[in-house]
Design a protein around this ligand. Structure first.
Ligand SMILES: Nc1ncnc2c1ncn2[C@@H]1O[C@H](COP(=O)(O)OP(=O)(O)O)[C@@H](O)[C@H]1O
Ligand SMILES: CC(=O)N[C@@H](CCC(=O)OP(=O)(O)O)C(=O)O
Length: 258
């Protein structure tokens, strides 16, 4: 099996031009097959504020009414995705930007929660592995935005960590996949106030205890959940860390183990 790296970048990096440039420099130097999944939640929230569109997050997920759906589609599948693609082209990387509706890449169903109406939030039901592999084997660097569809014409908003997880899991049938959730810190911290307290490895028991103690909270909760799920689905290696520091050998991030 050949090796493939899936990298996910989130809103805090996307929203900072210097951090994004550093990330894209490091990403474009990667050799071998690569897929990039991006979020953009921070930019969407900032724009919502400017436009007077109300935003509410529950369990790390955006309550996505019709107005929010229009906005996140424009931000994720438009502005952010196309900017990243253009920036990669400028670095000599033949990038191809897609969302889940393109080539029926990622099917999802509208979340049906017993007590919370999440609106147009999509839970992934199927990843079109064949379409992904075709693009990868044509040497395109896929850049995937966190917008999915239900196959009946409805676009849906899906968490970008979840997209990266499901894409990495699906590709694990055909490649030895390394999945990196890249964010602004160097890894999972033992002490939120001490950026140097990076855990070299994290297992399920440690994670459960840290969640119980409140040391792992907010955005790190869905990220660690996704990371363990990815391992259970056959992803070879899962890292939560800072991709730029990892590539410049300053850090190895937090390796997720069972
Ligand atoms: N133990 C922890 N270690 C590191 N970060 C943590 C921890 N607990 C909570 N966090 C928070 O999780 C955030 C990362 O999640 P999120 O904001 O969703 O990132 P992104 O949008 O980049 O995916 C960090 O910015 C940090 O504030
Ligand atoms: C359903 C849901 O919550 N979708 C996310 C998708 C973007 C995302 O995940 O962005 P980050 O990776 O930058 O957080 C949202 O709208 O915030």
């Amino acid at each position: 099996m050949s090796e493939l790296t899936v990298v996910k970048i989130g809103g805090n990096v996307i929203d900072d031009p210097d951090k994004l440039n550093d990330f894209l420099d490091a990403f474009s130097n990667l050799s071998g097959k690569v897929v990039l999944v991006h979020g953009g939640g921070k930019l969407a929230s900032d724009l919502s504020g400017e436009l007077g569109v109300k935003t509410k997050m529950v369990n790390g997920r955006r309550i996505t009414d019709a107005e929010n759906l229009k906005l996140v589609t424009m931000v994720y599948a438009g502005l952010v995705n196309k900017n990243i693609v253009a920036s990669l082209q400028a670095r000599g990387v033949n990038a191809m930007g897609m969302c889940g509706a393109d080539q029926d890449l990622i099917l999802a169903e509208k979340r049906n929660h017993p007590t919370i109406d999440f609106g147009f939030v999509g839970d992934i039901t199927k990843v079109n592995t064949l379409a992904l592999c075709k693009q990868i084997e044509c040497n395109s660097t896929l850049v995937i935005a966190p917008i999915t569809h239900d196959g009946k014409g409805q676009l849906l908003n899906t968490n970008a960590d979840t997209i990266a997880t499901e894409v990495a899991a699906a590709l694990s049938r055909f490649y030895k996949v390394k999945l990196v959730y890249s964010f602004e810190k160097l890894g999972v911290l033992m002490d939120a106030d001490d950026d140097s307290s990076v855990m070299p490895v994290l297992n399920t028991e440690q994670c459960a205890q840290m969640v119980k103690d409140g040391v792992i909270n907010t955005g790190m909760m869905p990220k660690t959940e996704n990371a363990f799920y990815a391992l259970s689905k056959g992803v070879e290696e899962v890292i939560i860390g800072n991709f730029v520091s990892m590539e410049s050998n300053h850090s190895s991030g937090t390796q997720i183990i069972q």
